[in-house]
Design a protein around this ligand. Structure first.
Ligand SMILES: NC(=O)c1ccc[n+]([C@@H]2O[C@H](COP(=O)([O-])OP(=O)(O)OC[C@H]3O[C@@H](n4cnc5c(N)ncnc54)[C@H](OP(=O)(O)O)[C@@H]3O)[C@@H](O)[C@H]2O)c1
Length: 342
């Protein structure tokens, strides 16, 4: 086969605040690859099908951050692809893989890049789900909700939970698992359409639009919280601290309200944790991968196939739109899991 196009999407310069699409990223369509002859060097070659665009990517653009991107490098993140050729016995042509991908049409994974090769999982998909679901509720965001709720939230039937960014993928998963496990659920989100999804589709107990309603009033009205699932940080975390019940748990999952702010909000209400024995704990999804991954894959895809876990997706076609999709996510304009389809 003659060389075929292998476009990629690059990170060019570090944004201050929200990324500037005219200068911070670049779509490069002049690269090529010959899938038949490219040296696999003991690894494998895949053709990308879907890529996941996630809020944490903004953090990776700042210097000194965890898994920092360096200017000039190709974006990377979770994706789904099909094996084209392989020199690794565990992956065969035609296999569908979920794992850590470079944002390009073809991914060449050398087995010498051992840690990267280990980050791929062959999807059996016996439930016949659309593959993109394995980037959403049945992928990293779903795992985040599942692992975090089990390991840190320690939910018990009859308890109450408040979930921020409740209509996002992590939030949707947490809300639905919490309902399935017998909790009373309050969710906040940024539009009336998303509120409707939470109450009418997912059936949580109460949801509100934090842009038009007062979070303080809504949380007070709902009553004390056994669990606060924090996706936003800042002022909302401070407010939630005031409503925690005795021995409450705060699951610090993300701080999306702070990612683009140069000045960080200073939390004032931590004293509430002292006399109520409240535990606040951050967690990183991969820490719990070994402990919960098999249970997750045995549980969640089945619940999705049975319609017991619902989901929404925001799919955009074309790698060249990666930056625009990330900006949408950072501005709350996505409705459901933000996915790029090749
Ligand atoms: N701990 C971990 O290992 C881990 C792993 C994955 C993700 N996370 C975190 O989980 C959270 C949710 O991620 P996701 O993938 O499910 O994203 P998502 O909810 O699908 O998308 C982001 C959403 O955040 C909300 N948002 C954006 N800017 C905001 C702001 N300034 N203030 C308040 N809300 C804002 C918007 O929803 P609204 O319209 O509702 O505002 C937006 O749709 C993020 O904080 C992410 O960093 C943590």
């Amino acid at each position: 086969m003659a060389p075929v196009p292998n476009p990629c999407y690059r990170f060019i310069s570090r944004p201050e605040g929200f990324p500037d699409l005219s200068k911070d990223f670049q779509y490069e369509d002049s690269r090529t690859i010959d899938p038949d002859t490219v040296d696999l060097n003991g690894g494998f070659l895949t053709k990308t099908k879907f890529l996941s665009v996630d809020p944490y990517m903004r953090g990776r653009m700042d210097p000194g951050t965890f898994m920092e991107w360096t200017p000039g490098q190709i974006w990377d993140g979770f994706g789904i692809s099909e094996v084209v050729r392989s020199e690794m016995p565990e992956y065969q042509p035609g296999d569908i893989l979920y794992g850590y991908h470079s944002f390009e049409h073809y991914n060449l994974v050398h087995c010498v890049e051992e840690s990267r090769a280990r980050m791929f999982r062959r999807l059996e998909n016996s439930e016949g789900l659309p593959l993109s679901v394995y980037l959403g509720v049945a992928g990293l965001p779903g795992k985040t909700g599942f692992y975090g709720l089990k390991a840190i939230g320690e939910p018990k039937e009859g308890e109450s939970i408040f979930v921020t960014t409740a209509a996002g993928v992590v939030g949707q998963t947490v809300c639905q698992l919490a309902k399935a496990w017998g909790l009373k659920v309050l969710g906040s989100t940024g539009s009336d359409e998303k509120v409707k999804f939470l109450t009418d589709e997912i059936g949580i107990d109460h949801a509100f639009n934090y842009k038009t309603a007062s979070t303080a009033q809504e949380v007070r009205k709902f009553g004390g919280l056994d669990i606060y699932w924090d996706n936003v940080g800042g002022e909302v975390l401070d407010l939630a601290l005031l409503s925690m019940k005795q021995k409450g748990r705060i699951v610090v999952c993300g701080h999306i309200a702070q990612y683009n702010d140069q000045e960080k909000y200073g939390i004032k209400n931590t004293w509430e944790m002292v006399y109520k024995d409240v535990r606040m704990q951050g967690f990183y999804v991969f820490t719990y991968e070994e402990q919960y991954a098999d249970e997750f894959y045995a549980t969640v895809p089945k619940l999705v196939a049975e319609g017991k876990i619902k989901y929404t997706e925001d799919v955009t076609v074309g790698l060249e739109n990666a930056g625009e999709v990330l900006l949408k996510v950072l501005q709350g304009q996505n409705v459901g899991k933000a996915i790029l389809q090749m």
